[in-house]
Design a protein around this ligand. Structure first.
Ligand SMILES: [Zn+2]
Length: 295
């Protein structure tokens, strides 16, 4: 990770966006919800850091998903989670509409390697990738059924991924003086708190369970604290009220006990800091392509 001087005054601007959605029974993801099929948006984030430039957090779906899921057994992925995606929906096309060229994106933070989070990586040839070594190591050599069981489609990774990846574990662990009060509370997650750019602007913590080595991000936009919690929950009410997914969903969760622990800790974090916008990647309370309604 690039390392600048520590400063709590780094200017960040952030925008939550959405690239496609997939259909799933809501009750499977949260037992308090109705037994009906709904569309789960695939959110991603665009962050502008005044020194590092444009940073994406995940990418949502793209046309590459269809190519990567064409042949068996990967075609089963598209059958299990039917997606809605139309021309213009991809991250690269939405950024172009904002006047941001794909080569302007300097970094893509990958929370985890499920296909709905990495489908657009191929569209950003200049970006370096930031993720946990644990997350990449869990999918790195997986092909066929073994990959599918990880929710991973190997053809979505650029061929030069290994040369472009930066692992959080090799970066800076935040010291107490780097942390604003909410960030200091990330300690309850029992993970090192990584200072992603070494400047106190963006912190990352391990939110394993849903996927091995899944990482969340916490940062400030002006005075508003944003916590992107990836797929540690499918909706915000699960975090607020500590609601668990159904037993059938255990089949796609990497480690259900760790998932429960992580979600419980996020719930405690919420109780302590209810003003923080804790945003799951597929939560329908947040509308893509505009500021989230809680911010
Ligand atoms: Zn996921």
């Amino acid at each position: 990770m690039p390392s600048g001087g520590s400063s709590s005054r780094v200017e960040l601007s952030w925008r939550l966006m959405t690239a496609g959605s997939c259909g799933q029974v809501e009750k499977f993801t949260n037992t308090t919800k109705p037994l009906k099929s709904i569309q789960f948006p695939a959110h991603f984030s665009l962050i502008h850091h005044h020194k590092e430039g444009y940073i994406l957090v995940d990418t949502g779906y793209s046309d590459h998903f269809h190519d990567a899921a064409k042949s068996f057994p990967y075609s089963l992925y598209a059958k299990i989670t039917p997606i809605q995606f139309k021309p213009g929906d991809s991250a690269v096309e939405q950024l172009a509409a904002l006047g941001i060229h794909s080569s302007d994106v300097k970094y893509i933070f990958i929370t985890h390697f499920h296909a709905d989070h990495i489908s657009g990586l191929l569209d950003f040839p200049n970006a370096k990738f930031i993720c946990s070594r644990k997350a990449y190591g869990d999918v790195q050599d997986k092909k066929g059924i073994a990959a599918l069981l990880k929710g991973f489609l190997p053809d979505l990774l650029p061929e030069d991924f290994a040369e472009r990846v930066l692992f959080l574990e090799d970066g800076k662990i935040a010291s107490q003086e780097d942390l604003f009060p909410e960030a200091a509370s990330l300690e309850i997650l029992n993970s090192p708190i990584y200072d992603v750019f070494g400047d106190g602007s963006i912190f990352s913590v391990d939110l394993s369970g849903h996927a091995h080595g899944q990482m969340g991000l916490l940062f400030k936009q002006n005075d508003k604290v944003i916590f992107l919690v990836a797929d540690a929950a499918w909706d915000s009410s699960a975090v607020r009220n500590l609601e668990m997914p159904s037993k059938i969903t255990k089949l796609i969760i990497h480690d259900y006990e760790v998932f429960r622990t992580t979600l419980t800790q996020l719930h405690h974090f919420y109780k302590k800091h209810p003003h923080v916008a804790m945003i799951p990647s597929h939560c329908r309370e947040y509308k893509g392509e505009s500021r989230c309604k809680l911010c």
